[in-house]
Design a protein. Structure first.
Length: 606
């Protein structure tokens, strides 16, 4: 089925990748004023491009204020449309698209990808009759986010509605998901509290209350001025209790257990609809409530300025994440919680291992970094950081995680793939670890994961445990994982890159640490310990020490000190490892303040 894409330099890149992997889909052309050398016809005239290529589908991934014109043009040229969210900057523009669809018989699917999640129908029933939904979102955005385009952070540009605010663009999925979970009841009233910390027209920190005709209350509190990114969630309040829907990761948490669900791709769903009449997941009409919400934001008074910490790269609103979490729990808006000025200390519902480690499963990791859950930040008991996240030298390093460079040809490590005779090459072969279930156990968590290839095929399943123990002046993390399936595990070393046997459990430590070194019971220094098979290895700096102890089968150590500090047992050090059935590995990491000596390391390892 021939497809053209309008807007290929931003989120449109995702659609290009998606088209390349979907069976029966063909990229027929691109519509963009900037050159894009993709080997297909290109034009700035979408209507002419559709007619020239005979495309059945037009994907529109352009700025919000261009959506209506382009959607109407594509429909009248004879194409069906996948329209990125939000569908339009006003009700009038929304209705113009709807009228064109009715006039031409064309189909419009709106790109609220979260609404393709199988978690949503479960969420509608798990708490009984839904009485309220609290939405909490707290991300951080640099000042450069608002200079990325002329329309960024604008309500209007040259007299045209743009509506690039926190509620209507980055957190549009959150609001749309809340409407979807709540059901089809009409909107009765909308109250808004719009603020901005950055020097922009639009809102970057906001709160809202929506009342539906059936009595359901939806509150939304979001900000782009948090100290870091938190995974947003919907807190569901029902007749049978509460639950949390993490709509970006398709996880539903109830009774302390997080269950992961699958997600149907909206372009694939649109193609299936055109082929065999499969029901559309997000037809244009289903997004009317969200559009009316957006229109209320458009017609609201200008956002009010609020005090913030002016840091070199961003504006920070202290405590805003805690306010958002409390807002979702109590179904109150920011002003009702005393914002600004009142203290807020509600913890974000994240997976924590004691007070010293966070275990994160994020939705925004680029596919080329092989998305996976990871530990970060991890600290000593004294609060010294011992993990590093996406450093400039290796942006696919994520604190401490389980990562393998090659499983049946799929890259679960991230970054480049070593190709014999060529060297490291970025290939479209990255996999991801998808969580199916996470449940608390004594001292930590038990997790079930699927290792999926770029086509979604499950190559391996995994059971992972993460447990913590106190050692007085230090603490220990026990990590065990069992991979099940039939697979060939390789590393760059097995393909000819000497010494690059990495793959398995891997810990990336902070590069800026002073006087880094590594030693085992009988060797010291990177050159000596790299590739050794000592049961334990210690990576140290002046302010922290990490003691790694392999339990059970011992693999050679992959060690870096000079280029960057990183340690992990290598599953496929110099030859491929064949998995038929189960592969089990266990390691303990002791995290301590200060510089540990060999005698103390040996004592702790014992």
């Amino acid at each position: 089925m021939k497809i053209v894409v309008a807007g290929v330099h931003g989120f449109g890149k995702h659609h290009l990748h998606n088209i390349s992997r979907l069976e029966g889909a063909e990229l027929a052309g691109v519509c963009d004023p900037r050159p894009a050398d993709l080997g297909v016809p290109q034009s700035a005239d979408l209507g002419a491009l559709v007619r020239e290529t005979g495309a059945r589908v037009a994907v529109i991934a352009t700025p919000i204020h261009t959506h209506a014109d382009l959607a109407v043009t594509a429909l009248r040229a004879g194409a069906h449309v996948l329209l990125e969210k939000p569908p339009a900057p006003s009700v009038a523009e929304f209705e113009r698209i709807a009228a064109a669809a009715a006039e031409t018989g064309g189909v419009v699917q709106v790109g609220f990808q979260s609404l393709g999640s199988a978690a949503i129908p479960v969420a509608r029933s798990v708490v009984g009759e839904i009485r309220g939904i609290g939405v909490a979102g707290a991300w951080e955005r640099p000042k450069s986010y608002y200079t990325r385009a002329a329309w960024a952070g604008k309500r209007r540009l040259d007299g045209v509605d743009v509506m690039d605010g926190a509620l209507t663009n980055p957190f549009a999925h959150a609001v749309a998901t809340a409407f979807s979970v709540a059901g089809p009841s009409p909107v009765e009233s909308i109250d808004l509290e719009l603020y901005h910390a950055n020097d922009i027209q639009s809102d970057d920190t906001s709160s809202a209350r929506v009342r539906l005709a059936d009595g359901t209350v939806i509150t939304v509190t979001v900000s782009l001025c948090a100290e870091r990114r938190y995974e947003p969630f919907l807190e569901l309040h029902g007749s049978a209790g509460t639950a949390r829907l993490f709509y970006t990761t398709d996880e539903l948490e109830a009774g302390g257990v997080r269950t992961g669900y699958g997600r149907t791709d909206l372009l694939a769903n649109l193609l299936d609809h055109l082929r065999d009449g499969t029901d559309l997941l997000v037809p244009l009409a289903s997004t009317e409530a969200f559009t009316r919400f957006l229109d209320a934001v458009r017609l609201a008074p200008e956002p009010a300025p609020i005090e913030s910490a002016d840091e070199p790269e961003r504006r920070l609103v202290p405590g805003i994440a805690a306010f958002a979490a409390r807002s979702a729990r109590e179904l109150k808006t920011l002003s009702e919680l005393g914002f600004p000025g009142a203290p807020a200390d509600d913890p974000w519902p994240e997976v924590r291992l004691g007070e010293t480690a966070s275990y994160l499963y994020r939705s925004d990791i680029d596919v080329t970094s092989a998305p996976r859950p990871y530990l970060h930040p991890v600290t000593t008991l004294g609060g010294v950081p011992v993990t590093e996240l996406q450093p400039a030298d290796h942006i696919h390093h994520f604190g401490a995680s389980v990562a393998i460079s090659d499983v049946n040809g799929v890259n679960f490590w991230g970054g480049s793939t070593f190709v014999p005779g060529t060297g490291p090459v970025i290939l479209p072969n990255h996999g991801r670890q998808r969580r199916r279930r996470l449940e608390p156990v004594d001292g930590g968590y038990l997790e079930h994961l699927d290792w999926t290839g770029p086509d979604g095929e499950v190559l391996l399943t995994e059971e992972r445990t993460l447990l913590t123990r106190s050692l007085g002046d230090a603490w220990a993390l026990d990590v065990s994982f069992t991979l099940t399936g039939s697979a060939k595990i390789e590393s760059s070393a097995t393909k000819g890159r000497a010494g690059a046997g990495y793959g398995g459990f891997f810990w990336r430590a902070p590069k800026a640490s002073a006087n880094l070194d590594a030693f085992t019971a009988g060797s010291r220094g990177e050159a000596s310990v790299h590739g050794s098979t000592s049961p334990w290895l210690c990576l140290v700096s002046d302010s922290w020490s990490l003691l790694f102890v392999q339990r059970g089968e011992i693999d050679p150590w992959f060690v870096r000190v000079a280029e960057y500090p990183g340690v992990g047992p290598a599953l496929a050090w110099d030859k491929p490892l064949l998995v038929e059935g189960e592969l089990r590995r266990s390691i303990t990491v002791v995290v301590a303040d200060g510089r540990m000596g060999r005698e103390r390391a040996a004592e702790l390892a014992g």
